[in-house]
Write a protein that binds this ligand. Sequence first.
Ligand code: SPV
Ligand code: MG
Length: 287
Amino acid sequence: MNRIKSIIEQNGIFHAMAAHNPLSAKLAEEAGFNGIWASGFELSAAYGIPDASLLSLTQHLDNTRAMASQVSIPIIADIDTGYGNAINVMHVVSAYEQAGAAAVVMEDKKFPKDTSLLKGGRQELVPIQEFQGKVEAAVAARRSPDFVIIARTEALIAGKGIEEALARADAYVEAGADMILVHSKSKSPDEILGFLDKWSGRVPVVLIPTSYPELTEEKMKRTGKVGVVIYGNHAIRASVKAMQDVFAEIRRDGGIQNADSHVVPVTEIFRLQDVAAMKENEKRYIR
Ligand code: SPV
Ligand code: MG
C-alpha cells in the first residue's frame, strides 16, 4: 500500500511540510513530518519569481528528484495545472513518478495559473469535463497503482462556492482521483468545514490551512474526512525571517560577532551534509 494511505490508516492524518530544496526537505523529515510538499509556491519564491506558471517543468521536477534522493519520507509533488492539456499531464505524471514522488497534486485552473492566496488573483477554472480528462490521463499514465493522484479544486478560491466545489470533487473522483484537495483563502475555517460537512467521504480530503490556521490537526481528525494536511509555505517563510533577522544584525553590528550565536554552528551544516559518512568512506576506499 502507498505509504501516505497507510499512515492515514494508522494515525488518522498524514502531515506534510513544504520544502524548496533538499536541505529544507531533510529538516522537515528530521522534525518528524510524515511527508514533504514539493511546493510550487516555495520553489517560485526561492527563485524570486511569482507562483504563476513561470517555473519550468524541468526546474520543479529536478528539485523534486533532488529532494527524493535526500529523504526517505513520501513526497507529494505540486504539478500546478499539469503544464498543459491531458497529453502534457501524462508526460508529467510519468516523470514525477520516476523522479521518486509518491503523489502528485493537480489543480483545475487554467494554464497559466495565478497563485491561490493572492488577493485579487486571476482565478479561472477549466470546464469540469476538461479536468476529468486530465485526471483520467493522470491515472492512465501512472505505472504503479500505489502512486497517488490528488485532484485539487480551486472552486472556493475562485469564489464559486461550496456546491461547485462539491460537484467538481465528485466529478474528479468519478474520473479516478484517489484524494481531493480543496483549497480556501477564507480567513475562517467555516468555508472548509461547510465543504467537509457535505462531503460524502468517498475519498480522503487534503487541506492546506495557511489562511485558516486555527483548524488544527486535532480538529481536522474530528471531522473524520481529512486524510492529509499540507503546511504550504512555512519552510520558505521561516527561512526568510531567519535570514532577514541575521543579515540585519550583521549590518547593525558591522561584523558577525553577535550573529554567531543566532545561527547554527558550521558543524551542524557538516552533519546535514553527512560529512562523517564521507570521511568513513575516505578511510575505507582512498588508497
Ligand atoms: C503551493 O505551496 O505551491 C500551493 C499551496 O499550491 S498555495 O500556495 O496556498 O496555493
Ligand atoms: Mg502550488
